[in-house]
Ligand binder design. Structure first.
Ligand code: SF4
Length: 607
């Protein structure tokens, strides 16, 4: 098939059996690739109610039809599994160079099944696929090990690796690649660790078939040209995602002290220009990227180097913990990367623990003697280590904020900031109804990258509860994740303002199939609804209550900053959900109706 590697590679870790099957053409037609393949395999192959850390769960790693080709940022790879953090659907996107190499090895999806009896790493060099002993690697830090593997195998091999957090069962462990890119959310690294796979080492040398080479050249060059000529290119490249730190602070969206406010009085020391001047030494990009947003930094105080921190990490390990020095945030970032745990969830659980401590819910006895106040940098570093090793208070926090709060109780559930068990990423949503709804209804839990709707809130009135806002969220949820299906970065469209229609001839030239964005959005809608069915199948009591945000966002208006005193009330939260379900074609409890399933060709799968 044009645009595809052509194979699904399955590795049964329990038996060591390795098989290849041709990528099914009907799956490619209906789900296209990447996140679509992951959602389809998860729903159809992982038995209902499977233990996320058990034999039956699978880790599904998928490229898309644009991956590895001459398209801006065509290095996006999807990791799908049943989440040990939420118990529902998890899908995490990874940039860098891994997926391109997968495609060159002829692989569209790599599916890890079963559990290995001992630590292994998976070695792939085109047709050569082997499980090799990784006993000596077990316990090593993710960045340290990647460096060693690069030295051992050579630069052309791409590597995905877990750290101690994934080995030890931290529910939000990530998978590291390219020394600072991560498949970060939902515990995909936890599942890899449970399967006893420490690393994947990968190289491919094959060509990817393209339907119309001339059109491919012309249309992809048009895309690159548009990126190069974009007005925003220079600024985006200079600051990357940290471009929004100051904006978030100014509009009251910067998570501050466990999301109790959206503006940080010391926020200016975390802004992009300060970081650029103090620590950034070079820019770093993913495969085929004309607008590298990665920032590689030298952290003088700690004599260390790290990729980042990017905005989400600055928000969650900086202002959310009351930490104002960018060097401290960068070092916390490095600790999480090396230990293999998600910076967003880590910042959230520590923020919750700090609030518990300041309110007397947790004491020094619980913290192992740590003075766990907001702004305490050494205590933060210590706690990151303890979480990754699941020691002391770290063991409680390693389950994620929802379970930790349920265990501790004493009212702490009210300021555990999550939806469906996934910690909310770095936008405070007391007073931004579209962004709040985007978090409430996101298909993995409270993650921002499906529908980044906060700018729309600012444009049309942030307190409004209206059908156009709901329609905007739904459109973004159907459309934006399609980049994760195609296997390319969305940020050229989001940040540089590239016309999305420029992707249409490129996709057609590569695959030989004409698809409009309306066609692609229908695939996006199909995947969204399939994932909703998955949640219901896995969680017996799944209903609209699972879409509610943390009570902090409808009960506790911030006391400081530009959103002081502002909040969305509970009735408006429920109205947003009613509107959303209606527009989605879902029932009052938030499940796709039979008509919706039929319209999206999902009726057969649903039964
Ligand atoms: Fe990677 Fe950033 Fe480029 Fe996207 S914009 S491809 S995330 S470097």
């Amino acid at each position: 098939m044009n645009g595809y590697g052509g194979n699904i590679l399955r590795v049964d870790l329990s038996t060591g059996k390795i098989t290849r099957q041709p990528t099914p053409a009907d799956m490619a037609k209906n789900y296209l690739g990447g996140r679509g393949f992951g959602a389809y395999f998860l729903f159809t192959e992982v038995p209902a109610k499977a233990d996320p850390l058990g034999l039956e769960n699978k880790l599904i790693i998928s490229s898309g039809p644009l991956s590895g080709l001459m398209v801006p940022g065509a290095g996006k790879c999807d990791f799908t599994t049943k989440s040990p953090l939420t118990g529902g659907y998890a899908s995490a996107s990874l940039g860098g160079h891994f997926t391109a190499e997968m495609k060159y090895a002829g692989i569209d999806s790599l599916i890890l099944e079963g559990i290995s009896p001992k630590p292994v790493y998976l070695f792939i060099d085109d047709e050569q696929v082997e499980l090799r002993d990784a006993s000596a690697m077990w316990g090593k830090g993710a960045i340290t090990l990647e460096k060693e593997l690069k030295e051992q195998f050579g630069e052309e091999f791409q590597i995905a690796v877990i750290g101690p957090g994934g080995e030890n069962g931290v529910a939000f462990a990530h998978i590291n690649h390219d020394f600072g890119r991560q498949a970060g959310r939902g515990g995909v690294g936890t599942v890899m660790g449970a399967k006893k796979v420490k690393a994947i080492v990968l190289r491919g040398t094959k060509q990817i078939p393209v339907a119309d080479v001339q059109l491919y050249r012309e249309s992809s060059m048009a895309l690159f040209k548009a990126c190069k000529e974009a007005d925003m290119l220079k600024e985006w490249q200079r600051y990357g995602t940290t471009i929004v730190t100051s904006w978030c602070d100014e509009v009251g969206a910067l998570p501050t002290r466990n999301f109790s406010a959206g503006s940080f009085e010391d926020g200016k020391t975390l802004y992009g220009p300060v970081m650029r001047e103090q620590i950034v030494i070079t820019d770093k990009g993913c495969f085929g990227c004309p607008s590298p947003c990665g920032k590689y930094s030298k952290v003088g105080r700690y004599k260390s180097h790290v990729e980042g921190p990017e905005y989400e990490t600055i928000g969650m390990l900086g202002s959310n913990l009351g930490i104002s020095d960018i060097q401290d945030v960068a070092q916390a970032n490095l600790l999480c990367d090396e230990l293999g745990i998600d910076t967003i969830s880590t910042g959230s659980v520590i923020g919750w623990a700090m609030e518990c401590y300041e309110k007397g819910i947790l004491t020094k006895e619980d913290t192992g003697g740590l003075e766990l106040k907001f702004g305490n940098v050494p205590a933060t570093f210590t706690l990151i280590e303890k979480i990754a090793r699941r020691e002391g208070l770290g063991k409680l926090l390693s389950q994620g904020v929802k379970k930790a709060a349920q265990q501790v109780g004493k009212g702490s559930e009210k300021f555990a900031i999550h939806v469906k068990g996934m910690e909310q990423s770095a936008y405070a949503t007391h007073y931004a109804t579209a962004m709040l709804l985007a978090y409430m209804t996101c298909d993995v839990g409270a993650h921002h990258n499906r529908a980044w709707a906060i700018t729309y809130d600012l444009q049309v009135g942030r307190e409004r509860v209206a059908e156009d806002k709901v329609a905007r969220v739904i459109w973004l949820q159907n459309f934006r994740p399609m980049f994760d299906v195609l296997g390319a970065c969305r940020l050229q469209w989001v940040e540089l303002g590239i016309d999305r229609n420029l992707y249409v001839p490129v996709l057609e030239a590569i695959t030989g199939v004409h698809r409009t964005w309306e066609d692609l959005e229908k695939i996006g809608e199909r995947i969204w609804n399939l994932n909703r069915l998955y949640w219901k199948r896995e969680i017996e009591d799944f209903d609209r209550s699972w879409d509610l945000p943390s009570p902090r966002f409808y009960q506790e208006p911030p006391k400081t900053g530009v959103t002081a005193g502002k909040i969305t009330n509970y009735e408006d939260v429920q109205t947003l959900l009613d509107m959303y379900y209606e527009q989605r074609g879902w029932s009052h409890e938030g499940l796709p109706t039979n008509d919706t399933l039929a319209r999206l060709d999902l009726a057969a799968l649903a039964n």
